[in-house]
Design a protein around this ligand. Structure first.
Ligand SMILES: [Zn+2]
Length: 326
């Protein structure tokens, strides 16, 4: 009998990727296209269809058990719909129904949020493997997360468990677009790091702006990181503040559900020690009770493939849950 394979699709605001994944979590074939983020619902779906068609040409496609989809949120896995903030053409878009109707698609179609997909991927093949209780974070233009508890991904009844980015860590803090205030995301996302630095007097010098030529776009977290490495005090303070907010949020998760590791991925995590050093230091303040003190802070190891591997993992878990082969 041929080895069981899983198809996976990862939908983000800048790119959409698809892959065939084997039962050990290794990518066998992979395809990627830019997201037509300003396009219509049909434009975006056409890219998903083209990518699925591309991986379906692999002769091993006939061994797939179904498709796991990880998507930027909000998502509604119960109805199979997605409304990614950065893809305005998709609002309550019935993605699962559309994927089911694609040529050659067989078996289950499972939808999870991108934070949950990253957590499932890092737990299966990455930095969280070996931990039965872990929180995995994506620190990027936003802050997403997913929870592994008792050895399994926990998405909750609405599919949105682990929304660490919108835990408030400053009850009198800045208003957050979600409606709350002082959320982790409004302090620690890449967008928030750059905005805080600019607001507090940070100005780009010719040396510390990444790809500075002719750029009129606002500064990014990568610009602030380059500046911090050069010793700029405002830039360093912006990362210090972000690390502190993440520490308070992670401590909250540790207090609530007794996690033993927090895995940090996403574009802003590429700042490495600039973000992780203050995070670890402040964690000693906020994770104050003895059972939270040995919490490991680990860099993610799967990079951009975590979402694809995690979407396949979610499908594999569904198959196991109903006694399918694995
Ligand atoms: Zn919020």
């Amino acid at each position: 009998m041929p080895q069981q394979l899983y198809a996976a699709v990862d939908i983000g605001g800048t790119k959409i990727a698809a892959a065939l994944v084997d039962a050990g979590g290794t990518l066998l074939t992979r395809a990627e296209l830019p997201t037509p983020a300003k396009g219509s619902a049909e434009d975006v779906m056409a890219v998903v269809a083209a990518l699925v068609d591309s991986i379906a040409r692999d002769p091993r496609w006939s061994a797939t058990a179904g498709i796991g989809i990880g998507s930027a949120g909000p998502i509604d896995p119960v109805r199979g719909t997605v409304s990614p903030v950065n893809i305005p053409g998709w609002r309550d878009f019935p993605l699962v129904d559309h994927v089911r109707e694609l040529d050659g698609v067989r078996g289950d179609v499972v939808l999870i949020g991108d934070g949950c997909a990253m957590a499932a991927g890092e737990h299966w093949r990455g930095a969280a493997s070996g931990y039965d209780n872990a929180l995995c974070l994506v620190v990027s233009t936003g802050v997403g997360a997913g929870l592994i508890l008792d050895g399994a991904l926990r998405t909750g009844p609405s599919g949105n468990a682990g929304h660490l980015g919108h835990i408030s860590v400053d009850i009198e803090g800045e208003d957050c677009p979600c409606g709350s205030r002082g959320c982790v995301e409004i302090i620690a996302s890449g967008t928030s790091i750059a905005r805080w630095a600019a607001r507090n007097g940070w100005r780009p010098s010719f040396d510390n702006v990444v790809e500075s030529a002719d750029r009129v776009a606002p500064p990014t977290a990568a610009d602030i990181a380059a500046s911090a490495r050069a010793g700029d005090e405002i830039a360093l303070a912006a990362f210090e503040r972000a690390g502190r907010a993440l520490a308070a949020g992670i401590a909250c998760a540790a207090m609530l559900v007794d996690i033993r590791a927090a895995v940090i991925g996403g574009g802003v995590a590429k700042a490495g020690p600039l973000l992780l050093d203050p995070l670890r230091r402040h964690l000693t303040t906020y994770a104050s009770l003895p059972f939270t003190r040995d919490l490991a802070i680990l860099p993610a190891t799967l990079g951009a493939d975590a979402g694809l591997i995690g979407a396949a993992a979610a499908l594999a878990e569904r198959e196991r849950g109903r006694g399918g082969t694995r």
